[in-house]
Design a protein. Sequence first.
Length: 136
Amino acid sequence: MLNPDINVRVKRKFTGVGMSLSIGEVSVRTGVSVRAIRHYDKKGLVTSVRGDNGYRYFSEQSVAQICQIRRLILAGFTLAEIETFPACMRREENREFCPETHDVLRKHLDEVDKHLCSLETQRERLLKALTGRKAN
């Protein structure tokens, strides 16, 4: 028979409104390392709360923000650049493009175009060298 008077301590994971995801869960859901998530949190790019146990807990919005940071990094942005457009990081919607990033995107596109031009020139020289023709 069960004794209903037994004192049982249950660890509560929920530490704030909507802040119930552990850093490990966020890492699995976003594909971003725990170390990187801690770094984003330290830089203020995502929001977390500390539980009584000292652990960080995150919301669904934090997951969306981390996914946005990941997309921006894959697009060629540095964290320093990402820090300059906080409005993008606070968006409720999970959009591919954030208007505040337009100038930085344009700059990155120009750099990629220059790099492509340089690579094309290098490719032509290599082809000429392979065929025995004099390279420019």
